[in-house]
Write a protein that binds this ligand. Structure first.
Ligand SMILES: [Zn+2]
Ligand SMILES: [Zn+2]
Length: 557
């Protein structure tokens, strides 16, 4: 029976272009997962959008002397282009600046307020006497009280991942002028997180299937005790607070951005012509909600958002939150401010999407940080994509074109499946289980092992030798190999959608790979093949040096 699956992916801040850390952290795993489930025939809705509020954006706007809306528009379009070119297959990628989003956020805010899960309190807020403004979140910097990092900001410490309140910072300073702030009273709304501690602890009891790092982080966090958190700010950019007297304040970004999963689902439903369809994903018990995020985002998805949903009632909580660890670049921590990053638009201006998708999948930071290096990029492209998989497909297809008039030859056949056929069926089953458990590296490894097995089989049978004296023996060797590449076309489709679609057409199929089902589907004898081009291009070793020289020099633009 078909399952229904909501894939909600982290909302990127529209304050810079996408880099490989984003892709490896959340967007690629989400896309692989969504594509797999679509092939399997499940109902999938994959949504996200630009997070256009929050202090990273207003800070950048102020530093560039622009309006935040201009910054957001620039990067939002860039995101859409990157998804298209990299094959990240969103059903909807929207923004947090829509009227629909504001409406959904305000509904949740008012409902939680009515149920007393949101309350009003006066707080002392850091205020810079020199800049004459309140310093919320990223406008204030200082030391982390948990890990002593000197670089913590008022909303979070990037080094240990803990969310912070500005008052907790050690030796706080204004992010603009460096002045030590004074504290002044300001009226704000608070989310009563403390009321959810026991319910959340009970909820995660049933989450033994979560990744260990996600479960451990969440449990430790809950056991440390939940404190209520302010959810409004003294800023002018964001979703308005729907309460009289709060016109100069906004609902803060970490409260409203997670609501985007719901507002995006509603916007998507509107666009299908059936405005109530979002209910299938949020109110039907059997629907599974997955949130793909980076590890710096765990607390928002396993504690704060579930607490908001528990308070609101009647909507599905996340089923799984397969957070990835971080990607380092050439052995060093990725840093956008220092230009130590590989930008997606830059990459795509020089290379095809599939080799990057391949490397980041094979090396995905699923359980620990992993490293991206250009040397490994070239090696995996040349040794694995070109030499193992691409070469298998190419020699099978060109040999068939040359010796069998470009049509799939008929094997002599027998009732028992060949060992390769048995392998295909097993790999489909095993990969399916891996992918459903979000074990992407393992799944990819199995497909590549099958390609190697098929290469060994071909080398052994050597149809190019036997063709001269025994045409049937050549056909008997070729047919299982054609069957394997036909299976690989589907197995690798979630990872390598562009080359899979090409191979699909070379094999004489029409339509989309996605519609063929997660199962061995092989060409029938006599099926006409298209004249093939190599699926992948060998890269010169000089790429390593050229690309390494760019690192640290290309600042975000
Ligand atoms: Zn810290
Ligand atoms: Zn200042």
């Amino acid at each position: 029976m078909a399952q229904r699956i909501l894939v909600g992916v982290a909302w990127p801040y529209a304050d810079g272009p996408l880099h490989l850390g984003h892709i490896a952290g959340a967007y690629l795993p989400a896309d692989i997962f969504a594509r797999y489930h679509r092939v399997k025939g499940n109902e999938v809705l994959m949504v996200s959008g630009s997070d256009q509020h929050g202090t990273p954006i207003t800070l950048k706007a102020e530093r560039e002397g622009k309006d935040p809306a201009q910054i957001v528009a620039r990067y939002h379009q860039g995101f859409l282009d990157s998804w298209q070119d990299l094959g990240i297959s969103f059903d909807l990628f929207t923004r947090t600046g829509t009227a629909n989003h504001a409406e959904v956020v305000q509904d949740i805010f008012l409902t939680l307020l009515k149920k007393d899960y949101i309350y009003r309190d006066s707080v002392s807020q850091p205020y810079c006497p020199r800049c004459e403004r309140f310093l919320t979140d990223r406008y204030i910097e200082g030391g982390c009280p948990y890990c002593q990092s000197p670089r913590a900001r008022g909303d979070q410490c990037d080094d240990c991942g803990k969310p912070l309140n500005p008052a907790e910072l050690l030796a706080p300073r204004c992010a603009f002028c460096g002045t030590a702030p004074e504290f002044r009273d300001s009226e704000h709304f608070f989310l009563r997180l403390s009321a959810f501690q026991d319910r959340l602890l009970e909820w995660i009891q049933g989450k033994g299937y979560w990744r260990q790092n996600v479960l451990n982080f969440t449990r430790r966090y809950l056991e440390g005790g939940l404190r209520d958190r302010a959810i409004t700010r003294d800023i002018a950019w964001g979703v308005p607070v729907p309460v009289d007297g709060f016109e100069s304040k906004r609902i803060y970004v970490w409260f409203e951005a997670v609501i985007g999963y719901l507002s995006a689902s509603k916007e998507w439903a509107q666009s299908t012509g059936d405005a109530e369809r979002w209910r299938d994903y949020w109110q039907a018990d059997e629907t599974k909600v997955y949130n793909f995020i980076g590890k710096d985002n765990i607390v928002f998805h396993t504690i704060i958002w579930p607490a908001m949903l528990m308070g609101y009632e009647g909507l599905n909580l996340p089923y799984d939150v397969p957070a990835n660890e971080f990607l380092t670049i050439e052995g060093k921590k990725l840093s956008t401010s220092r230009g130590w990053a590989v930008w997606v638009p830059d990459y795509l201006s020089r290379y095809d999407p599939d080799p990057l998708r391949y490397l980041l999948s094979a090396n995905m930071p699923e359980t620990s940080d992993t490293d991206f290096s250009w040397r490994e990029f070239v090696r995996r492209n040349n040794d694995e994509l070109v030499a193992t998989y691409g070469n298998l497909a190419h020699r099978v297809l060109t040999f068939t074109a040359r010796h069998f008039e470009g049509a799939v030859p008929a094997p002599a056949g027998g009732a028992t499946p060949t060992p390769l056929e048995t392998s295909c069926a097993a790999v489909f089953r095993e990969m399916g289980e891996d992918l459903e458990r979000c074990q992407f590296r393992l799944a990819l490894k199995r497909a590549m092992a099958l390609a190697q097995e098929a290469n060994r089989f071909l080398d052994e049978k050597a149809p190019w030798k036997v063709i001269k004296e025994d045409r049937q023996a050549a056909a008997d060797a070729l047919y299982p190999a054609i069957s394997v590449i036909s299976c690989l076309r589907t197995m690798l489709y979630p990872f390598l959608p562009f080359s899979s679609q090409k191979l699909h057409e070379y094999l004489g199929f029409t339509g989309r790979v996605e519609d063929g089902g997660w199962q061995p589907r092989v060409p029938v004898p006599g099926q006409k093949l298209l004249s093939p081009q190599p699926l992948f291009t060998k890269l010169d070793e000089s790429v390593v040096e050229e690309e390494s020289a760019r690192l640290g020099k290309t600042l975000e633009h």
